[in-house]
Design a protein around this ligand. Structure first.
Ligand code: APR
Ligand code: ZN
Ligand code: ZN
Length: 362
């Protein structure tokens, strides 16, 4: 039978979000209902609220979540009721060209639930953020969006792997292929950049240079694993990174802001034949201008990292295990835990600069 639960809805462009009663259908074929235990507040949720993603209001916000599977529909065999899972927004199809070529992290036909959750008040269908919608006591997703992990990890920590933290770690280890002895620079040290620092450390980078315009961010970056910091509001980051790397530039530079000027810094701060990874998300009007001769002459690779080029079934359990072994401090990303009705306040705090992640705990 369909259930009624409480969830956070963005009703219209720039309107304050509010807690509403949501109707969650029973899982159909290939679907699962998950009892959400924790869900982080991500910039993408704010972008939905502001109309930066689409105009398909009302949105059910939240997508960095962990919880327990309550029920599964017909044909679901990978997860079962009682499993502790992290939700992902790219349930790979296994059938498209990317999947069949053995590169499922590029899948272009990822799955979401077929049925819609609805608003109790007027019956309107909700558009779930990134096909998840998890600021809600229970959510309906495609079963492939559930990745089973060790239930010993606290949900507030586990959920963060569902989006921003995975994007950052994956930018370093999957896309950037950072390895032992590499020099790495990370431009922009919010949640995503700091996760890239944690990923670079995990991979054995010899030097990890954190760049930001805010000293508080640099202090946190050092705690997470940066060996050197550069405040690019007061120093030229390209010159500083070169100086810290024997005049060469870094092997891998990760851009975690999403702006042309920081991308250019990343481009020129890497060593010849080095790698630039763009994990920051630009906006549609942004343009990049670079001398084509420099693009050619400096060699190497310029890559983008979507969701950290992650494969949830491979990466989530592995990163949870490393956390449990004390080798990756995912807890450092949880700045505060909040209640369901505090999401609007968390959006306001996002721009204050001292929150990596606020996490709604149920
Ligand atoms: N140079 C260096 N750092 C900058 C600059 C700049 N010009 N402008 C902003 N920053 C820093 C901010 O001070 C902040 O620490 O970049 C960081 C951005 O962090 P957040 O706003 O917390 O964003 P985050 O969640 O880390 O996401 C970063 O990745 O997934 C995308 O959409 C997301 O584009 C965003 C990026
Ligand atoms: Zn596919
Ligand atoms: Zn997110």
């Amino acid at each position: 039978m369909a259930q009624e639960v409480r969830g956070v809805v963005a009703p219209g462009r720039n309107e304050a979000v509010r807690v509403e009663t949501i109707v969650v259908p029973d899982p159909g074929p290939g679907e699962a209902v998950v009892q959400v235990q924790a869900c982080g507040v991500c910039h993408t949720d704010l972008h939905y609220k502001q109309g930066g993603i689409s105009d398909d209001y009302p949105f059910l916000l939240g997508h960095e979540a962990a919880g327990v599977v309550e029920a599964v529909g017909e044909g679901v065999s990978d997860v079962a009721p009682g499993d502790f899972v992290i939700l992902n927004w790219r349930a790979v199809c296994g059938q498209c060209r990317a999947c069949k070529r053995g590169r499922p992290w590029y899948c272009f036909d990822t799955h979401n639930a077929e049925q819609k959750m609805t608003l109790k008040s007027d019956g309107r269908a909700l558009e779930p953020a990134l096909g998840i919608g998890a600021f809600v006591e229970k959510t309906l997703v495609a079963a492939g969006q559930c990745t089973k992990v060790d239930p010993a990890v606290p949900p507030a920590v586990a959920g963060l792997l569902g989006c921003g933290v995975m994007a950052g770690i994956g930018a370093a280890i999957n896309t950037g292929q950072v390895t032992r002895g590499d020099t790495v620079a990370v431009i922009g040290c919010g949640g995503v950049g700091d996760a890239a620092i944690a990923g670079a450390r995990l991979a054995g980078a010899a030097k990890i240079i954190a760049v930001d315009i805010d000293d508080r961010k640099l202090t946190t970056a050092e705690k997470i694993g940066a060996t050197h910091v550069v405040n690019s509001a007061t120093a030229d980051p390209v010159a500083a990174i070169r100086e810290l790397t024997g005049g060469f530039g870094a092997d891998v530079v990760i851009e975690a802001v999403g702006r042309p000027e920081t991308y250019k810094q990343a481009f020129y701060a890497r060593d010849l034949a080095g790698t630039v990874v763009l994990v920051g998300v630009p906006t549609p009007e942004m343009k990049l201008e670079l001398p084509l001769l420099d693009v050619f002459g400096r060699g190497g690779s310029l890559k983008s990292s979507w969701y950290g080029d992650c494969l949830p079934s491979r990466d989530f359990p592995m990163l949870v295990d490393l956390h449990q072994q004390g080798r990756l401090d995912l807890g450092a990303f949880v700045t505060e835990t909040i209640a369901l009705d505090e999401v609007e306040k968390a959006f306001e705090r996002m721009h204050g600069g001292d929150v990596l992640r606020s996490v709604v705990v149920f």
